[in-house]
Design a protein around this ligand. Structure first.
Ligand SMILES: [Zn+2]
Length: 140
């Protein structure tokens, strides 16, 4: 019996999903696949500088699980950098905080453009009673 995997929580959807070395055709490249949990682990620990306890709490997982995901992510990123491969960010078993928002007052739903951060109010009615939408990812 395969134990069902628990959903991990990913606070931010990545802005860029694919990286490749310049001037090498894709067909000649080997690809490294980083899942969304691995991306989130590196983002929280290495980019935001949080402690492992804080990261594990944010992702709603245990500290040993966080440690395992982080190590796997760092290993893949090192492989991508050192060996000049392409990197694809995709899949995982997680609930992702998407770049999509819903106004709880008028029901308007919109996509927040990349690099714009969290909106303060509904662009339609101006209410600040807004909620981000979640996306469930279950793809290995
Ligand atoms: Zn509204």
């Amino acid at each position: 019996m395969v134990r069902p995997r628990k959903y991990r929580f990913v606070g931010t959807e990545p802005e860029v999903l694919y990286f490749k070395p310049r001037a090498i055709p894709l067909r000649d490249l080997e690809e490294v696949k980083l899942n969304l949990e691995e991306f989130e682990a590196v983002r929280l620990k290495d980019q935001e500088g949080m402690s492992q306890e804080q990261c594990a709490k944010k992702m709603k997982i245990s500290r040993p699980t966080f440690q395992r995901i982080l190590q796997s992510a760092r290993k893949k990123i090192a492989d991508f950098l050192v060996n000049g491969k392409a990197l694809r960010i995709e899949g995982g078993t997680c609930i992702v905080n998407a770049r999509k928002f819903r106004c709880l007052k008028c029901g308007h739903v919109w996509n927040q453009g990349r690099g714009k951060g969290r909106p303060r109010a509904c662009p339609k009615c101006g209410s600040d009673n807004i909620k981000s939408e979640h996306k469930i990812v279950n793809k290995l």
